[in-house]
Design a binder for this molecule. Sequence first.
Ligand code: FES
Length: 178
Amino acid sequence: MAPVQAQAVPVTSENAIVPEKARDGIDLEINAERYRHTGDPQMPLLWYLRDVLRLTGTKYAGMRGETGADLVLLNGKAVSAVAQPMAKLAGKSVTTVEGLAANDGSLHPVQQAFIDEDAIGCGYCTPGWLIAAVDLLRRKPNPSDDDIDQLPNLCRCGCQTRVRRAIKRVAAGKAGQA
Ligand code: FES
C-alpha cells in the first residue's frame, strides 16, 4: 500500500488564526488573591465582586452605598464598593467580608463578637457592619457610642444596640469570652 502523504490544509476564513493583541487589564488584589479585570473599566467593584467573583457577602446598599451594606476595605479603609469603578483600583488591595477570617478559618475578633452579642438579625447588613467595625477600631481602638452611631450602616432588623455592644466587646479584648 502506498504511504499516506500529509497534505497541507488550505487556510480559509474559518480556520485562520487571527492574531490578538494582549488584552489590557486592571490588576488588583482581592482577599490576598491577584486578579486582572479585562471588562468595562467603569464596572463598579460591587458588581465585580458579586457577579464575576461570586463573592456575595458584600451587599447592595443603594446607588450611593447609603446604607453601608456594601462596605469593603480598600487599602485598609472602609469604602462603598458600589462607588468604586474598577478603573480606580489598579494596584489596590481590597478586603471583603469573606477575607476577614484567618487562613485557618478562625474568625476575626469582630466576627466573633457579633456572634457573642447575637448582633445578627436577617444578616443583610452584617457584612457592612463588620467591615465598618474593623475600620473604626483601626482608627479608634476605644470608640464611643457616638463614634459607633456615626457609622453609615443601617440595620432594618433593629440590631444597632447589640452591634454597639459587639464593637465595644472587641475594644475591651473580650471577643470570644463569656
Ligand atoms: Fe437584618 Fe440588619 S440584621 S438588616
